[in-house]
Each structure stands twice: as C-alpha cells, then as structure tokens.
Design a protein around this ligand. Structure first.
Ligand code: DX5
Ligand code: ZN
Length: 221
C-alpha cells in the first residue's frame, strides 16, 4: 500500500442513476478521497446533468467530502445553496465569472474551499492575480459537458505551468485534473504536479469500480 498523497475523486456523472445510492456507497467503501459532483445547466455547457434534489440525495449517503464542479453561468446565485447541501469544495469556471475575486471570497465566507476551473482554451496566466486566493484549480483536460471523451495532451504543459505559478507565489493551491483520466495517464499527471485526479467513466464503466479506484490511487502515488 504505502503512503499515497494523490487524492482520487470519482465523478458520479458516470454512475448508474437508477442505483445512485449503490454507487455512492461504493465510493464510500473505496480508497477514494472525494465524491466529484458535476452540475451542468445546458447554457454554460451543451448538456444538463442533475440538480439540487439529486445532490441532496447524494449528500444523504456520502461519507466523504463533496467536491462540486459547477458548469453553470452566473454561479454566484447558488453559492449558499451548495453550502447548505454540504459541499466541501465549490469550483466555478473562470469563463463564467465576471467578478472572480468576489466569487472566491463568497465561497470561502460560506465555509467552503474555493475552486476555479479552466476550460482547455484558457491559459493559466489568467489566474496570476488570484492564485493566492484559490484553494484548488481544476484543469479541464476535455471540453466540459460530457464524460467519456479523450484526454487533451496539451493539459500536461498547463499543469506544469500552473505548478510553477503556485510555487513562485508560495500559494497552497491544489491542482485537480478532470476529463479522460485513467491508469494510462495517472502517473504522468501526478509527475506534472496534479494533487487530485477526477475519473468518471474509467471508474464506473469498469468491471470492479472499487479496485479501479485502488489501482488509480496506487499508480498515482
Ligand atoms: C465533464 C465532467 C467530468 C466528467 C469526467 O464535463 O466535468 O467530471 O465526469 O468524465 P470522464 O472521466 O469519463 O472523462
Ligand atoms: Zn467535473
């Protein structure tokens, strides 16, 4: 086993929605660290996932921190709602925030860790003026909206650049990567600087999701 420092956050987007309690409990019983919850509004991304009543149901069964990824326009409207639902990490998209600095302060004031997600087309240099206010940066390694897409190779360079920025500013920001993550790229991603791996279809479409989570954790180190 050894000591693993990389966190694994299985994305429930790829779970069986007819048996959500089963899949949440599977994550509870695994070596996963967080439950990754994807909220899509059909406006910021061309897909709609699930909303508050489903998050409430997940929260009732989940025993690990809820890592909520908002792919919605004007996320400020729902900061308090997600705090009340029990989110530990609330991540908003850089591209959806006109006043990102204010949004970050509001997320933290509501008692959550503040995350910022970057689409594949967004350079990490847009975070130069806020990096010390950000608890987590989520690098999208696919275009957000759907599970099961292939990993964009350029993401490694972004992760390395982001790691350099975090070290340069002596920030404590975690780096999370989301999209197309598997045992094929887990090691290279942590070597590039990733702290949290999100994996959806690779985990839930596998024969034995519990052992797939364990494999990811062991390979990532
Ligand atoms: C995509 C979501 C991801 C998604 C990842 O917009 O943010 O969390 O579930 O799915 P996979 O791991 O299948 O690429
Ligand atoms: Zn996500």
């Amino acid at each position: 086993m050894g000591i693993h420092k990389t966190k694994i956050a299985p994305s429930l987007l790829a779970a069986d929605f007819g048996n959500l309690q089963h899949d949440v409990e599977l994550v509870n019983q695994s070596v996963a660290d967080w439950h990754h919850i994807d909220i899509m509004d059909g406006v910021f991304v061309p897909n709609i996932s699930y909303g508050m009543p489903v998050v409430k149901a997940i929260a009732e069964y989940a025993t690990k921190p809820l890592d909520v990824h908002l792919m919605i326009v004007d996320p400020d409207r729902y900061i308090k709602t997600f705090a009340d639902l029990g989110a530990s990490v609330l991540t908003v998209h850089y591209e959806a925030c006109t006043h990102l600095h204010r949004t970050l302060q509001e997320i933290k004031a509501a008692g959550m860790q503040a995350g910022v997600a970057l689409n594949p087309h967004t350079n990490i240099n847009v975070l130069e003026d806020t990096i010390n206010d950000i608890d987590l940066v989520l690098i999208m390694s696919v275009n957000p909206g759907f599970g099961g897409q292939s990993f964009i190779e350029r993401s490694y360079a972004k992760i390395r650049d982001l790691k350099a920025l975090i070290q340069d500013r002596r920030a404590h920001t975690l780096i999370e990567v989301d999209g197309g993550v598997s045992t094929e790229n887990a090691k290279a991603l942590t070597e590039a600087g990733v702290d949290v791996l999100v994996a959806g279809s690779f985990v839930f479409k596998s024969e034995d999701p519990g052992s797939t989570i364990r494999e990811l954790k062991e390979i990532a180190g």
